[in-house]
Design a protein around this ligand. Structure first.
Ligand code: SAM
Length: 280
C-alpha cells in the first residue's frame, strides 16, 4: 500500500495533537488513508469542484479528498482540538483547504464556496441525518450541491434507498428519491473506525436530479408523507383523515386505494396526491 501523501499517519497525528476521540462529539475516526481515498473517489471527479466536508476531525477524509484532486475543500469542524492537525494539511496543499471552526448546523457554507459543489462527510449520525434533510428540502431545485457522499449508520442508509413494501421505506426514502438518486456505494464494518461504533456503517452517494422525478409542491408533499407515515400501519383513509374533505376521491384519483397503507404506496402516487390537494 502506498502513502496518499507525505503527511504523518493518522494515528501519529491524533497522538501528536491529543485528539482522543470524544463520544459526545460522535467521534469515530477513519484511520486508513487508502479507505478515505476510496470514499473520496466515490464522490466522482473532484478536479473541477469545491468540496464541502463537514466534521473533518483529524483529517483522514480531508486528505483523501485533496489527494484525489479536489479543487478546494471547505472543512467545518466543531472540535477546536482538530485545528492544528487540519492546519498541517492546509500547509501541505497550499490554497486548497479552508477550515472553519464551528457547528455545521449553524454555518452557511455558501459564502465560502464556488459552484460546482460536492459534499462529502463522515459525520455523527444525528447531525448527518439533520443535514441530509436540510440539503434535500431547499425551496428551490436544483440545490447548491451536485452530489452528497455521506457516511451513515447502515440502518439509516437502508432507509434512504428503501423501496415500497419494505420495513425501511418511509419519509427519508421519499424525500431522498424524489429529487435525487441515492445509492449505497460501500458497506463498512465497525472495525474500520477508531474507536469502533456498535453498529455497521454505509456510504451513501446521492446525485441531485436536474428536476424532481415527478411534479409536486414540496411543502404539500412533505406534509402528506409525514402524515401518512406518522401512522404507517393504518389504512391511508384513516392515516390521512382531515387532510382534505373529500380525501377518498383524491386518493382514488391519485391511483391509491383508500385501504392501502403508506408503506405500499410509491413515490409517483404520493406526488400525484400532493398535486391534487396542493393549495391554490
Ligand atoms: N471525518 C473524520 C473521519 O472520517 O475520521 C471524523 C469523523 S467523526 C465520525 C465526526 C466528526 O464531526 C468529528 O470530528 C466531530 O468533532 C465533528 N462534528 C460533530 N458534530 C459536528 C457539528 N455539528 N459540526 C461540525 N463538526 C461536527
Amino acid at each position: 500500500m502506498s502513502a496518499i501523501d507525505d503527511l504523518p499517519p493518522l494515528s501519529q497525528v491524533i497522538e501528536t495533537h491529543g485528539i482522543a476521540a470524544k463520544k459526545a462529539l460522535g467521534q469515530n475516526f477513519l484511520l486508513d488513508l487508502n479507505l478515505t481515498a476510496k470514499i473520496a473517489r466515490m464522490a466522482g471527479d473532484l478536479s473541477q469542484c469545491d468540496v464541502l466536508e463537514v466534521g473533518p476531525g483529524p483529517g483522514g477524509l480531508t486528505r483523501g479528498l485533496l489527494a484525489e484532486g479536489a479543487r478546494k475543500v471547505l472543512a467545518i469542524e466543531k472540535d477546536a482540538r482538530c485545528l492544528p492537525a487540519l492546519a498541517e494539511i492546509a500547509a501541505a496543499y497550499p490554497g486548497r483547504l479552508e477550515v472553519i471552526s464551528g457547528d455545521a448546523l449553524e454555518i452557511d457554507p455558501l459564502a465560502y464556496l464556488t459552484p460546482p459543489i460536492k459534499v462529502a462527510a463522515n459525520l455523527p449520525y444525528n447531525v448527518g441525518t439533520e443535514l441530509l434533510i436540510r440539503w434535500l428540502t431547499p425551496t428551490d431545485w436544483p440545490p447548491f450541491w451536485q452530489s452528497l457522499t455521506l457516511m451513515f449508520q447502515k440502518e439509516v442508509a437502508e432507509r434512504i434507498v428503501a423501496q415500497p413494501g419494505s420495513k425501511a421505506y418511509g419519509r427519508l426514502a421519499l424525500l431522498a428519491q424524489w429529487r435525487a438518486d441515492p445509492r449505497i456505494v460501500l458497506n463498512l464494518p465497525p472495525g474500520v473506525f477508531s474507536p469502533p461504533p456498535k453498529v455497521s456503517s454505509a456510504v451513501v452517494h446521492l446525485t441531485a436530479l436536474p428536476e424532481p422525478r415527478f411534479p409536486a409542491d414540496a411543502a404539500t408533499l412533505e406534509r402528506v408523507v409525514a402524515k401518512a407515515f406518522n401512522q404507517r400501519r393504518k389504512m391511508l383513509r384513516a392515516a390521512l383523515k382531515g387532510l382534505v374533505p373529500d380525501l377518498e376521491d383524491h386518493l382514488i384519483a391519485a391511483g391509491i386505494k383508500p385501504t392501502d397503507r403508506a408503506e405500499t404506496v410509491g413515490l409517483e402516487q404520493f406526488c400525484a396526491l400532493a398535486q391534487l390537494i396542493k393549495p391554490v
